[in-house]
Design a protein around this ligand. Structure first.
Ligand code: DQA
Length: 147
């Protein structure tokens, strides 16, 4: 089965405890389980990694280049300044979907820019817990269109 890699940036390990009024009460494991279920229904396998630093995520993107069909990424605050993530994602040839649980455009001004968006196929923001399942469906559609 083709592999979809879901990457999560810093502080997302605290989902469920961290500002639930913004990010909801589901944990990262809850989101990943739901994503895995949706992916399995569509014929995909999900691998996931959460990291607190950009270096680990950059390495995971490099390793995905020859192994994974698509990447779904919520880079957390790295979204807004990590050009090394932009460079790494630009080396990946499959679909890339950026996900944010909240809608950064409605929040602090420093959250308004995403340095990942220019190298993503598209972004899914502000749909809370549904964002990851929307992203899996988006990836499946993009991969089917390429066939
Ligand atoms: C986030 C939005 C980012 O601005 C923030 O730094 C996060 C979470 C989201 O999913 O809404 O850590 O990526």
């Amino acid at each position: 089965m083709p592999i979809i890699l879901i990457l999560s940036g810093p502080n997302l390990n605290l989902l469920g405890q961290r500002q639930p009024e913004i990010y909801g009460t589901a944990t990262l494991a809850d989101h990943m389980n739901r994503a895995k279920q949706t992916a399995a229904e569509l014929g995909f396998e999900v691998e996931s990694l959460q990291a607190q630093s950009s270096g680990e995520i950059v390495t995971a993107i490099h390793n995905a280049r020859s192994r994974c069909a698509a990447i779904i990424i919520n880079p957390g605050a790295l979204t807004h300044f990590s050009w090394s993530l932009n460079d790494a994602l630009a080396t990946f040839s499959g679909p890339i979907v950026e996900v944010h649980l909240s809608n950064p455009a409605t929040r602090d001004p420093w959250r308004h820019e995403s340095v990942v968006a220019p190298v993503a196929s598209g972004s899914i923001v502000g749909f809370g817990a549904k964002g990851y399942t929307f992203a899996i469906n988006a990836v499946a559609t993009l991969l089917a269109d390429k066939k």
